[in-house]
Structures are given as structure tokens and as C-alpha cells.
Design a protein around this ligand. Sequence first.
Ligand SMILES: C[S@@+](CC[C@H](N)C(=O)[O-])C[C@H]1O[C@@H](n2cnc3c(N)ncnc32)[C@H](O)[C@@H]1O
Length: 281
Amino acid sequence: MNYRHAYHAGNFADVLKHVVVTLILARLKVKDRPIWVLDSHSGAGLYDLASAAALKTGEHLQGVDRFLAAPGPPMALHDYVRVIRDLNPTDWPRVRWYPGSPRLVRELLRAGDRLVANELHPEDAVALQAAFRGDPRVRVRRLDGYMAWKAFVPPTVRRGLVLVDPPFEVPGEFERLVTGLVDAHRRWATGVMALWYPIKDVDAVRAFHAGLRESGIRRLLRVELLVRAARDPDRLNGCGMIVVNPPWQLAETLEGVLAWLGPVLAQDVGAAGSIAWLVPE
Ligand SMILES: C[S@@+](CC[C@H](N)C(=O)[O-])C[C@H]1O[C@@H](n2cnc3c(N)ncnc32)[C@H](O)[C@@H]1O
């Protein structure tokens, strides 16, 4: 386990992922009924953008810093901005503390909602335990992320989200995502699941999409953000999310958000946000 998210926190990929998660939760919370969230690869939960790791890469400069400096963000992004602002009350809109996915989700939960934050790395799992101690809505677990997906799905509260955000540090991650989804979908066909993936080698992404199509699972929404044309397979040119069972109106909201976000996070020619059904109803 070499991957450390502290080097990447607040980058453009985090912004896209966290915006999508925020919008999914907003739609799920439209009804009064409680929701349940599993974050299978949680990370540390809170990141210091002034740390040596963050300063070494400076990735957040092209991500959340640009995002917050851009004029006229769509109203739909208000919740995401609010969570970041609440962590940075002084010097706003300068950001030092950036929320990882479990922290973001926790800030968006209502009293009756629940979160299982799973993380295998011992240091990050300990940090999560400390951060969420005393919050009865959150349980921290230290399992392999794919095991957690198996172990906790289906939840007893049948309305909710699974976020699967693996590190892609060893080969076979795309295949594990498809296999994991097929298994989880068999047990919880109505659950919303959001799978993050990098766009480096476009052939690998195409094969991933083909595997998802062949799975027979329907209602798969593909959300992608390229920060430059995907010509160099060794660079993170963009990223995407597959949203299974996207809540009502998520696609429409995301369309407007991506039209704004694409130019804000663009780094070179060929940058664009896009959204389409990989497999419709
Ligand atoms: C991309 S980061 C997660 C970032 C986090 N979801 C966020 O948005 O803030 C991937 C995380 O997976 C963890 N990880 C690596 N292998 C794992 C495994 N087999 N099971 C669970 N977590 C794992 C890493 O330690 C890392 O924290």
C-alpha cells in the first residue's frame, strides 16, 4: 500500500468526485427517509494542504484552489463550498484544510443517516477513528475495500450510496470494479453506487466501459472530466465516475455543473466535461 492521498488531496479529481458525491446526497436527502453511505476506500478524512506532501505536488492549486477562485459557481455546488468553508473559517477563500470523502459525507448527513467509513491503511484508519469518535452516525472499519463492499451490502436502510474510490496502484483495478459491482448489484439492485476511475490510457477506459456494458446492469451514468486531451497514457488526463442508479435529476444538474467546471479546471487543449448514459434504463 504505497498510495497516500495526502499528495493528491484537493486536486481536480477530488473536486469532480466530491461534487458528484455531494449532488447524489442532495438528491437522496430530498425525501425524509434515512440514508446509508459506505465509503469503501475512505482515506484519512481531512488533509492539510500546507503539509510537506501537499506542497510537494501542489496538485490542489489546479483543483480546489482554482475552483474556489472561479466566479459564478452554480447554486448546486453550494453544499460542497459550504463544507470547505466551514473547515476554513479564517482567511476564506484561502483553503488550508480540505475534506476527504468521509468527512464531506459526514458533514452532509442528517441525524438519522449513517456512514460506514472503510480504510485499510492503518494510519488513515486511526485518523478516521479519532475524527469520528463520539459521532453515533459513523462507523469506521479497516477491511479491504472490496471486502467491505461485500460485507456491508445490502444495508438494512435500503436507501443510500456506495462510493468506491480505489487507488489504482496495482493492475486489475478496472476489472475488480466490474466484478465488485456485479456482485453488489445482485444483492442490492436499487442502491446508488459511484465508482471513480482515472483517465490515463483511453484503451483501458474503453475496456472498462465495455465490461460494464456486458455486465447487463442497467442505469449506468458516465460522468467524465478531461483537463487535457487524453494523449499521454502515463498522465492523469482526466477522471470519471460511473453512477449506478443515479437519483432523479442528477444527470440534468450535473450537465450544468460540468459546463461550468470543465473550463474552470482545464489545463490544456482538449479539456471538457461530459455526461452520458453508458447504459440507459
Ligand atoms: C483515492 S484514495 C481515497 C480518497 C478518498 N475516497 C477521498 O475522496 O478523500 C484511496 C484510498 O484507498 C486506500 N486503500 C488502498 N488499498 C486499499 C484496500 N485494499 N482497501 C481499502 N482501502 C485501500 C488507500 O490507503 C487510500 O487512502
